[in-house]
Design a protein around this ligand. Structure first.
Ligand code: SF4
Ligand code: SF4
Length: 439
């Protein structure tokens, strides 16, 4: 049964007014394009081009490195300059294919020319994998794997995550307004894989214009419904979204498919439509460039591989030098120090703030107010988890179900003592997961 929301959560300042009314603008890259071979969860892609080779826009330059992996496509025509480690948005040096743009934008043939009506289930899934589509909301999980559950007949809901609950982000909002037809078409393609399922477009109720537009777009479609969800962060977190839409619960050891659900975000669903209907691989995405340090906040359609610094330039540069730059939103994004890093399949926003408020906080002792417990959507005790994390007490951390944290940051946001709870918990989870992989 639908709940419209979940337990816990917070209501941060949303900052969306800065860019929500800015239509998506196409921008063309000026300099070289940099394509990391790891833009997804799973094995890195393997290069299939060499230094000096000419490539076309939409040509595959790296193939999937395993079952859970994804190929990479050139987004411009030009020459392969080198394949070498380059700094990426996480600060890590990752092997990248660098292409010198010849500014011709000469296109490769489409990745397939089949008619949708003639496609079998396996063809659709294969093309989605071949197109290099991954979860573009940030997770980067290869979409063809997500669309291949063991028991497709047991999928009851195909949910499009239209919540966009992260403050400041407006790229999904603009896509819902500007391309509702492609969004619904992408959902219909996914539904063709799960004949027993209904499609749900789950939108927070602070976007009434999107709800209206999508309802109009789907009024004659039997199996597709638009659900308005209560506006609350982290409504777009996968587990919270599934609960709000279906009343079903999942934990860290389960997949959404274990509870009969498949969830994809707006950009991913539109990428599916582009791949199946037009034979177009994933080679661009929408990025919101915003924050009070940006002269003209905007929503850009960007070719993957373009450097963040070029997006800043297109947005009129900085009003003043920002104290903090975040890739993604303020709750789940991460601070970056170098803007000469490439846009990847999972880049959603570039947030530039004149003040680094977090660094000005004076961290105090816990006053046992219990607010972090109240807001935790995973029903955890963040204050005690953070304590275990700070003392590297794995056993205590696991006993308190620390692995169920969805890293939403609500506990840090609400804490009056300004304790960096989520940061401690997140780094402990990362360590435990890395140790498990090694084991
Ligand atoms: S403990 Fe994790 S899930 Fe709970 S509020 Fe903090 S970051 Fe969110
Ligand atoms: S919100 Fe902060 S001060 Fe309150 S119990 Fe949690 S950690 Fe302690």
């Amino acid at each position: 049964m639908a709940k419209r929301t979940f337990r816990g959560g917070v209501h941060p300042y949303d900052g969306k007014a800065l860019s929500k009314d800015k239509p998506i603008r196409d921008i063309l890259p000026k300099g070289e394009l940099v394509y990391p071979l790891s833009q997804h969860i799973g094995a890195p892609a393997k290069p299939i081009v060499e230094k000096g080779q000419r490539v076309l826009a939409g040509e595959k330059i790296a193939e999937a490195g395993g079952f859970v992996s994804s190929p990479v496509y050139a987004s411009v025509s030009g020459t392969v300059k080198c394949i070498e480690p380059r700094r990426t948005v996480t600060g890590d040096n990752i092997n990248c294919i660098v292409i010198e743009n010849d500014m011709q934008y000469e296109a490769a043939p489409p990745i397939h020319t089949m008619n949708f009506k003639d496609m079998k289930r396996e063809d659709i899934i294969h093309i989605i994998g071949e197109a290099g589509i991954v979860g573009m909301g940030g997770a980067g999980f290869p979409t063809q794997v997500k669309l291949s559950p063991k028991e497709p007949d047991k999928i009851d809901y195909v949910i499009v995550n239209c919540a966009e609950c992260e403050p400041y982000l407006t790229s999904d909002y603009r896509k819902m307004l500007e391309e509702p037809d492609k969004l619904v078409r992408g959902l219909q393609i996914m539904l063709s894989l799960f004949p027993g399922a209904q499609g749900i477009l789950a939108v927070e109720d602070n976007k009434p214009d999107c709800i209206e537009k999508l309802r109009k777009q789907t009024e004659n479609l039997d199996h597709i419904f638009v659900r308005a969800l209560m506006t609350k962060y982290p409504q777009g977190s996968e587990r919270q979204l599934i609960y709000a839409v279906t009343g079903r619960t999942i934990n860290s050891t389960m997949l959404p498919a274990d509870q009969g659900c498949v969830v994809n975000n707006v950009d991913t669903v539109i990428a599916i439509c582009n791949a199946i209907d037009e034979g177009q691989p994933l080679m661009h995405r929408i990025v919101t460039v915003t924050g009070d340090a940006v002269r003209e906040p905007q929503n850009f359609r960007v070719k993957t591989g373009t450097l963040y610094s070029e997006l800043i330039e297109e947005a009129g540069g900085f009003v003043t030098q920002p104290e903090k730059i975040i890739s993604g939103g303020p709750m789940m994004g991460f601070a970056i120090f170098d803007i000469d890093v490439p846009v990847t399949k999972t880049s959603s926003a570039l947030l530039c703030m004149t003040k680094d408020e977090v660094s000005m906080w004076e961290v105090g002792p816990c006053i046992n107010c219990g607010r972090c417990v109240e807001v935790c959507p995973s029903r955890l005790i963040p204050t005690r988890l953070a304590e275990h994390a700070d003392h590297f007490n794995t056993e205590g951390f696991l006993e308190l179900n620390g692995m169920e944290c969805v890293e939403c940051g609500s506990c840090t946001y609400i804490c009056p003592a300004k304790r960096q709870l989520a940061q401690s918990i997140k780094s402990m989870r990362k360590t435990i997961l890395a140790n498990r992989r090694k084991g």
